[in-house]
Design a protein around this ligand. Structure first.
Ligand code: GLN
Ligand code: ZN
Length: 735
């Protein structure tokens, strides 16, 4: 069951936008400062909604002042007295309209329907010239995609409501019909729509709240005309018309549900209880119903049981796949986030829901309605696959990374010395300060980076000194995980692992820092691999709750990793490794169950990274040597480069390729065994690589050890890596 949010407050949980605006207006800070605050707010909202599992996430609901004024800017409908001379409208003209300037007063402001929000009233006369003068809607759409990997629903104020909310310019008050401008503004709307389509939008939302007013048939006709005119431009998009604040009159409902090219309607079902009857008796077949059951205009927690019963009823009318749980209107009209209410009485707090909590409510309803199973099915409905194919991606990455042929790298960890373990332990026990801890880890990273540069390795790692264990480290940053002190389980020989316990929903990532990777990147000009543990490995190396199927728990897991991947990309890390060390290990023993496992496991992996840019290179790493039976699933992971444990299995892996399996991505079958203290010679490694070159294209082959170097000593690692690099260089000369 899908979920949707009509719009979101833009002030920020602590009124960050207010302070940034006022400081900018007072000339105490720059336009860039203001833009930065705004961008951060937008990102955090998109991330929050994505993290909560909202499917239809709005964009262009942010505003520096007012969404109606934004529309005026989009249409270039600046009253002449503000001296705008064309071009993209900037802060100067925009804020002059909003607030006036030394010589000209501001435009009129009035209440937005029956709310306490005020909007800037457009002033339109017969001579107004419209032109596409603010690309904000498209910019925000692209931004949501680029920084939050959200394929958002861009929101525009609909053309008819815009005109109906305007006032005639001075001098023509009595005579001028605003609706007569429809034909003049639609060309600009068409330009915006086309640009959104070109940017990849699949949905678009038009807010047409005037539909809840008592409109005469002349005005209703304007809706029919407008959307008929836009129909061909809108084709290929799912079009949602959103109404709110009241019951929609029966005549308007008829007009709305007969609009051309429109596939979805949003209604306020909190203030519009009669609308419910209209829906029951005459909702058109095959269209989406966005049911606004979570109240956007107060701060009370939703009566989930009652909403659920409404939703169940609606489901019976429009069908499961056409019902979308939504808010009654934009959440602009409620408070932002309850978490900052630290002084509020606990009991009272439990009755409340601000915008952030309402987002969670919407999703909880969608989930409850669907039952967990369906949610996972819906997830499977999308493939979450990167848009460009791997060969083209590798080209784009090579342009950026400029690596030699047979590039060398390692799997992530460097030796964990006694000293290093002591530092971590003492930090955990509060025996050393955070500053001292950071200093010690930084020094360790510096050492590892320097060593790799001396060894002349091509793609570096930071060595993972901050990690006790690759699963526990990430589990500690997520909710739904518990950790034991002594729940050790033997892994091999003397080695034990302490699996975390997944007891609840995995979500709400605590801020995951990219600190270590970016610190490491700042120490070298060579590409630094960011290092993450993938969802399937976290699952397979944890004790997993048994009140729901494993695949459902797994599907909750990739979203936090995805945010982390995105953070790394943003921090300028161009190579990111998402370890799926235990993917093969989790393969069910019964053949009949294997395909299903591989399907959700591989899909979960793809979710973690399907939104990155082509130029960001995604590596994955897998341990355990028997891959031949799952090679097609490995390919289906769609990583750019995979490093695989290989050297102990007599290059069994290579036999698949010998048999003709097509593999276009980068691949690094391990060239030596890291489980043994033995130091491989250059000749031996070169010999291995040669065998690989016999079956794999030279331009996809990477040179790396089998696995991480955590359990080895530096006295083993240095000469082994030295020989590895020497072998790669030796072969490069002959290729
Ligand atoms: N990046 C991890 C490491 O090098 C991978 C460990 C593993 O595959 N088990 O330690
Ligand atoms: Zn490994």
């Amino acid at each position: 069951m899908a979920s949707h949010i009509v719009g979101y407050p833009r002030m920020g949980p602590k009124r960050e936008l207010k302070f940034a605006l006022e400081s900018f207006w007072d000339k105490k800070s720059s336009a860039e400062d203001l833009e930065k605050v705004a961008a951060d707010l937008r990102t955090s909202i998109w991330k929050q909604m994505a993290g909560a599992g909202i499917k239809y996430i709005p964009s262009n609901t942010f505003s520096y002042y007012d969404q109606v004024l934004d529309t005026t800017a989009m249409l270039g409908a600046v009253p002449p007295r503000y001296g705008w001379s064309g071009g993209e409208i900037g802060f100067d003209v925009y804020f002059s309209m909003a607030r006036g300037n030394a010589s000209v007063p501001a435009m009129e402001m009035t209440k937005w329907f029956d709310t306490n929000y005020h909007f800037i009233v457009p002033e339109l006369g017969p001579d107004v010239q419209f032109s596409y003068a603010s690309h904000k809607a498209v910019t925000e759409y692209k931004e949501a995609k680029a920084v939050s990997w959200v394929d958002s629903v861009p929101v525009l104020i609909g053309p008819v409501s815009y005109l109906l909310l305007s006032k005639p310019a001075k001098g023509v008050e009595k005579t001028f019909s605003l609706i007569s401008l429809l034909g003049k503004i639609l060309p600009v709307y068409k330009e915006v729509i086309s640009e959104l389509k070109a940017a990849g939008a699949s949905w678009i939302q038009f807010d047409e709240p005037t539909l809840v007013m008592d409109l005469d048939s002349h005005k209703l006709q304007a809706f029919t005309d407008a959307y008929s005119e836009l129909e061909s431009t809108l084709s290929g998009l799912n079009v949602l018309i959103e109404t709110y604040f009241a019951d929609i009159p029966a005549k308007a409902f008829k007009t709305l549900t007969s609009l051309k090219g429109v596939s979805a309607y949003g209604f306020d079902l909190v203030r519009g209880t009669k609308t419910l009857d209209l829906i029951k008796s005459e909702f058109p077949k095959g269209k989406y119903l966005f049911a606004g059951v979570v109240d956007g205009r107060n701060i009370w927690a939703n009566d989930l049981a009652s909403s659920l019963s409404t939703l169940h009823e609606l489901e019976g009318i429009v069908g499961k796949d056409k019902l979308v749980v939504s808010t009654s209107c934009s959440l602009l009209h409620t408070a932002v986030d309850l978490v900052n209410e630290t002084k509020l009485d606990k009991e009272i707090k439990s009755w409340l829901a601000f915008a952030a909590q309402k987002v969670v409510e919407v999703n909880a309803l969608a989930k409850a309605l669907a039952g967990e199973k369906d949610e996972a099915a819906a997830l499977r409905g999308s493939d979450h696959r990167r848009a460009t194919n791997v060969t083209a991606r590798l080209d784009a990455q090579q342009k950026k990374l400029d690596l030699p042929i047979l590039p060398t790298t390692t799997i992530g960890s460097f030796p964990q010395t006694i000293e290093l373990r002591r530092v971590r332990r003492e930090y955990k026990a509060n025996k050393i300060s955070e500053d001292d801890y950071i200093k010690a880890i930084k020094e360790e990273i510096q050492k590892v980076v320097k060593l790799q540069e001396e060894l002349d390795i091509d793609v570096l790692v930071h060595g993972e000194p901050e990690r006790n264990d690759m699963v526990e480290y990430f589990g500690e940053q997520l909710s739904g995980f518990a950790f034991t002190v002594n729940g050790w389980v033997q892994s091999y020989g003397s080695r034990c692992v302490k699996p975390p316990i997944i007891y609840g929903d995995v979500s709400r990532p605590k801020p995951m820092t990219v600190f270590w990777s970016s610190t490491a990147q700042s120490m070298t000009a060579r590409p630094m691999k960011g290092m993450l543990t993938g969802p399937v490995t976290i699952l397979n190396w944890s004790f997993v709750r048994n009140d729901q199927p494993r695949f459902e728990t797994c599907y909750q897991m990739p979203w936090p990793s995805r945010m982390k991947v995105e953070d790394l990309q943003k921090a300028g890390i161009n190579v990111i490794q998402i370890d799926e060390a235990a993917l093969r290990e989790g393969l069910p023993l019964r053949k009949s169950e294997q395909a299903f496992y591989l399907d959700w496991a591989v899909h979960s992996f793809r979710i973690t990274n399907c939104g990155v840019q082509d130029t960001t290179q995604i590596h994955t790493h897998m341990c355990y040597s028997n891959f031949n039976d799952i090679i097609h699933s490995i390919i289906d992971m769609d990583a750019d480069v995979i490093t695989i444990e290989n050297s102990r299995s007599d290059e069994k892996l290579l036999s698949v390729f010998r048999e003709g399996v097509k593999y276009g991505a980068g691949i690094g079958p391990g060239v030596y065994d890291i489980h043994s203290p033995r130091i491989p010679s250059t000749e031996e490694i070169a010999d291995r690589i040669n065998k690989m070159l016999a079956v794999l294209e030279k331009n996809i082959l990477w040179v790396n050890p089998d696995c991480g170097l955590k359990t080895r000593k530096y006295s083993e690692v240095k000469p082994a890596l030295n020989n590895m690099v020497a072998a790669a260089k030796l072969l490069r000369t002959s290729l």
